[in-house]
Design a protein around this ligand. Structure first.
Ligand SMILES: Nc1ncnc2c1ncn2[C@@H]1O[C@H](COP(=O)(O)OP(=O)(O)O)[C@@H](O)[C@H]1O
Ligand SMILES: CC(=O)OP(=O)(O)O
Ligand SMILES: [Mg+2]
Length: 439
């Protein structure tokens, strides 16, 4: 057997899927199994393996390397698969700097990726910890890095550039890179197939809303702009990330902003300042509402109430929680900032607004509220029933239309897409001549 393993190291999760290559170019891989380990940085972690779910003791999973070891053990005990069956290992690496395509990983490539770690403090270190384990323990398999940033190589230079000294910018690589690119590539292909249109004719605004959240404007099938920038911190708020703030805010937040942190809970030997730590790991809706679970925020927020000006915790278990109300409306507000701007950048010629990521796929409430607000731009009205059912339907269908049907032809569509970064990598690997298995 020559299986392909695809590993997606998120900020606090590890999603891993195993595939068997096929001879069918339209569907070049078949899924063998899929698993995920969540809450890695706030133990106990939860391990899911197809139907099997267990809480993993804190001493078994404390970082991404031990989470990967935990997966390999269960791969053997629960499914009888040996790593010897694996021929290629695809790794999602969030920051690829100026790499525009996948990179087979040897020691030298490893060090080049390591050099970019400071620019994706919650991600590259985690991916490298897994790559390290593969280089050591699964030596017969070829590790390949697939970069989130590569999808955004088409962003025009005036959109990539920050308004700073361009000599310094060029020397230090200070520009917009953009992330979630594997997800956007998957969504673009899936939506093109759903709409039965060639990818290069599509104009989309895609929302990838998970623990890390971003938006991408796609023009003629290429990234035109995206909300994340030099690092995955800018743009929308995330579970623990602030998103955009006035850059001067940090100098007023703490006078220790520039010092290095020595937090042992960080995945690897990352060099990260107190300012980066606060904005990346101690902000976002966790800091507003006390939870990283946006589902919980949706269930406790009042979507109709004007957001409170100084929210505090509530003691009535049935009342909406003002902190959740604030977090919910703040996220909606920032989403609207980008949708409005990208709609204009696309010349108002948008084929569809697409929701994806854990929140985009599961929260009918958020889709409904955003859908209502974008109606003035010519988007279809959201159909309540289709919107409610979309969370389940998208698991089977990958792309679901949630617009009112009768309006569908003329109005701009609103879709939900269940994204899958692992299959995007595995697909690329199976179709790649360089990695074609010759036996
Ligand atoms: N029913 C729900 N409603 C809203 N948000 C949800 C729901 N279920 C899960 N989520 C959110 O989805 C997030 C996970 O999304 P995902 O894209 O898998 O994130 P990541 O890959 O960044 O870890 C969770 O952190 C949670 O906040
Ligand atoms: C780039 C990024 O933020 O990724 P994730 O959402 O997986 O944390
Ligand atoms: Mg993710």
């Amino acid at each position: 057997m020559a299986l392909i393993l695809a590993v997606n190291a998120g900020s606090s999760s590890l999603k891993i899927s195993l595939y068997r290559p096929t001879d069918n170019r339209d569907q070049p891989v078949d899924l063998v199994l899929t698993s995920s380990i969540t809450n890695i940085s706030s133990p106990p972690a939860t391990f899911k393996f197809d139907g099997h779910k267990e809480e993993v003791p804190a001493d078994e999973v404390k970082d991404h390397a031990s989470a990967f070891a935990c997966f390999l053990r269960r791969l053997k005990t629960l499914r009888g698969h040996d790593p010897t069956d694996i021929r290629h290992i695809c790794h999602r690496v969030v920051h690829g700097g100026d790499f525009t395509t996948r990179l087979p990983v040897d020691r030298s490539a490893y060090h080049r990726i390591h050099g970019l770690s400071d620019l994706a403090p919650l991600h590259n270190g985690a991916a490298l910890a897994v790559i390290e384990a593969c280089l050591e323990k699964i030596q017969h398999a070829q590790s390949i890095a697939y970069f989130d940033s590569a999808f955004h190589r088409t962003i025009p230079s005036h959109i990539q550039a920050y308004a700073i000294d361009q000599t310094v910018a060029a020397k230090r690589g200070l520009k917009k890179y953009g992330f979630h690119g594997l997800s956007y590539a998957f969504i673009l292909r899936s939506v093109a197939s759903f709409l039965q249109r060639p990818q290069d004719t599509l104009n989309l605004i895609v929302l990838h809303l998970g623990s890390g959240a971003s938006i991408c404007a796609i023009r003629n099938g290429r990234s035109l702009d995206t909300s994340m920038g030099l690092t995955p911190l800018s743009g929308l708020p995330g579970a623990t990330r602030s998103g955009d703030v006035d850059p001067s805010l940090i100098f007023h937040y703490t006078n220790k902003a520039g010092r290095m942190t020595h937090d042992p809970s960080l995945a690897t030997d990352l060099r990260i300042t107190a300012a980066e730590d606060i904005l990346n790991r101690r902000s976002g809706w966790q800091s507003l509402a006390g939870t990283t679970d946006f589902g919980l925020i949706c269930s406790r927020a009042d979507p109709h109430a004007p957001p409170p000006s100084s929210p505090g915790p509530t003691t009535d278990p049935n009342a909406a929680d003002p902190r959740c109300t604030l977090a919910f409306h703040l996220v909606v507000d920032r989403i609207l900032d980008f949708v409005g701007a990208y709609h204009l950048k696309l010349g108002c010629a948008v084929d569809a607004l697409v929701f994806s990521g854990g929140i985009g796929e599961k929260s009918a409430l958020l889709r409904g509220v955003v859908g209502e607000r974008v109606g003035c731009l010519g988007y279809v009205k959201v159909d309540e029933g289709r919107n409610e059912r979309a969370g389940e339907e998208v698991e089977r269908a990958v792309v679901v239309d949630i617009g009112v049907q009768a309006q569908g032809e003329r109005a701009k569509r609103i879709l939900v897409c269940q994204t899958d970064e692992q299959v995007e990598m595995a697909r690329g690997c199976a179709l790649d001549e360089e990695f074609r298995v010759k036996d």
